[in-house]
Design a protein around this ligand. Structure first.
Ligand code: SF4
Ligand code: SF4
Length: 536
């Protein structure tokens, strides 16, 4: 069903909610959710929240800019936004992505081919405001009207007749967080326009110029990361305690005496995990240690501030925060004198350290950086580990983290491993570089304010859930335990929430894990099963 048409300039109208989100309109899910009976009701915002914030985009709050108390405050928000947009379009102030941004703003042919590539647009029941080009059209119109010579005068004739008021600014701030930056739309666009990038740049205006960003990725994210060493709040002393605890756990589960090597100078590998693993999925860093020790690698972890948390949330919203963290990661590796950095199972950290950091890491601190996927592929496929695929005798499918797969091209290594150790492996459709986001990309997995988690599980993660259900349709009975392998900490977080939201374990027997856990589960020398299933 095609939803009602909404024009870009409608965003300026105060008060009216632009779209109502109703699960009955959302994309249908396959069996056993096809009747829609198990679809949780969409959580509405409370009246006091509506009073406090501008909620008229879609009745969801991710950012939540408090309503200005005076006309003067409204005008100041608009002024700052416009000044930020102006800076975004100048070479001196946008040293990262100016060229692709201006090309994307200038050359869209408005063919709308990209719409069908966007999981959020499709999952929502084709709500116009979620079209990949909707926010870009708004931004383009504002730039043309307010920043170009005679723009205001000619706005009516050039089709840029949009009003930039505080409502527009507040709704744009929310709209910047209704896109996972998965860039599936860019992959589909016949002329390479990148609407994901435009969203990213829009987030930069809010953060870098206006100090507005979701608390989970800024204050509790990159700010906390720089101050305490980890966005989880895990400080070096607590990390050491945690690792001692994990060593005991490894001994108990496998009988192996393994000590995590710490701050080993000159090691071949500095392994950096997303520190969320230590707290939420400790079996993942434990599995890495078991595999690396079994393969006889010369590796280390760092206990230096930031050296044990590979996340870099600045990647999603703020170049300055990004640069601070990226430089620190490189400096720590240089100081330790390791031969390379290897990134654990975290998709955005892969892209941050390996790709985007190249824009700021100079010769002095440059160091080779490698994905754990290629390293593990070498260990598994070269026969360095004694593996028995029969130990993974359950259906498995593989989720492709966008940053690692579509945006970096690390597609085959993890597949080669899974094909070798999981005899009942099946692909999702589509997969590889045409995958769909888990719904938690660009910070969504950790954003939990007000009713945003509800939106994330029912809209942004809906396509992924559909794909998973389809991959397991032949074994969908809950008595058959099945596993989604997601080699990314944020993706696991998003899947955990979706599976809880839809009771996927109870209803379908679907759980999730990382890649290294499946490898250890297949190791002949580990007698007890390493994979743990949820308890019914
Ligand atoms: S971004 Fe590309 S695919 Fe989408 S409307 Fe513009 S030209 Fe068409
Ligand atoms: S980047 Fe992804 S979520 Fe954002 S508009 Fe494009 S396809 Fe949709």
């Amino acid at each position: 069903m095609k939803a009602e048409k909404i024009n870009p300039k409608d965003i300026s109208r105060p008060s009216e909610q632009m779209v109502e989100l109703n699960p009955a309109d959302f994309m249908k899910l396959p069996y056993p959710y096809d009747k829609g009976e198990d679809e949780p009701a969409f959580k509405r915002l409370k009246e006091d929240q509506k009073k406090k914030y501008e909620t008229s985009l879609d009745g969801v709050l991710a950012v939540g800019i408090p309503r200005p108390a005076t006309k003067g405050e409204e005008d100041e928000l608009v002024r700052k936004f416009l000044s930020g947009l102006e800076k975004l379009l100048t070479k001196e102030n946008n040293w990262t992505f100016l060229q692709p941004l201006t090309l994307s703003l200038e050359y869209c042919a408005k063919c709308q081919t990209c719409n069908d590539a966007c999981p959020i647009y499709i999952s929502s029941g084709k709500k116009d405001i979620y079209r990949p080009t909707y926010r870009s059209e708004v931004l383009r119109m504002i730039a043309n009207k307010y920043l170009k010579k005679s723009g205001k005068l000619l706005a009516k004739f050039t089709g840029n007749d949009i009003e930039l008021n505080w409502t527009t600014v507040a709704k744009l701030a929310e709209l910047a967080y209704r896109c996972t930056l998965c860039r599936r739309c860019a992959q589909t666009c016949p002329i390479g326009v990148d609407n994901g990038l435009i969203t990213h740049e829009l987030r930069k205006i809010f953060s870098q110029e206006m100090g507005i960003a979701p608390g989970e990725i800024h204050t509790l994210g990159s700010v906390q990361h720089l101050k305490k060493g980890s966005s989880t709040g895990l400080m070096p002393v607590a990390l050491k305690d945690t690792l001692e605890f994990l060593e005991d756990d490894i001994k108990e589960r496998t009988g192996l005496d393994i000590k995590f090597p710490l701050d080993k100078e000159g090691a071949d590998i500095l392994l950096i995990h997303n520190a969320g693993e230590y707290l939420s999925w400790p079996e993942n860093p434990m599995a890495f240690a078991i595999i690396f020790e079994a393969a006889g690698l010369n590796w280390t972890l760092s206990t230096d501030l930031l050296g044990y948390d590979a996340v870099n949330y600045g990647l999603w919203y703020d170049d300055v925060q990004f640069a601070r963290v990226a430089v620190r990661h490189a400096q720590i590796a240089k100081k330790l004198g390791v031969k390379k950095i290897v990134i654990g199972e975290c998709g955005h950290a892969h892209k941050a350290i390996s790709v985007i950091a190249d824009r700021i890491i100079n010769e002095e601190i440059n160091i080779p950086r490698e994905s754990s996927m290629t390293l593990l592929e070498d260990l598994v496929c070269s026969g360095k580990l004694n593996l028995d695929p029969k130990k993974n005798a359950f259906p498995v499918t593989l989720h492709d983290p966008c940053n690692m797969v579509r945006l970096m091209g690390v597609v085959e290594p993890q597949r080669k491993i899974i094909r070798k150790i999981c005899p009942q492996f099946r692909e999702m459709e589509p997969h590889g570089v045409r995958n769909y986001c888990c719904g938690g990309g660009s910070g969504f997995a950790i954003m939990s304010s007000m009713n945003f988690p509800n939106w994330r599980s029912s809209v942004s993660g809906r396509m992924k859930f559909k794909q998973i259900l389809e991959a397991f349709q032949d074994v969908i009975d809950p008595s058959i335990k099945k596993m989604v392998c997601a080699p990314c900490s944020n993706c696991k977080g998003a899947l955990r929430e979706i599976f809880n939201y839809y009771n996927a374990w109870e209803k379908c027997g679907i759980s999730y894990t990382g890649l290294v856990e499946l490898i250890v589960n297949a190791m002949v020398d580990i007698k007890e099963p390493y994979i743990e299933w949820p308890i019914m």
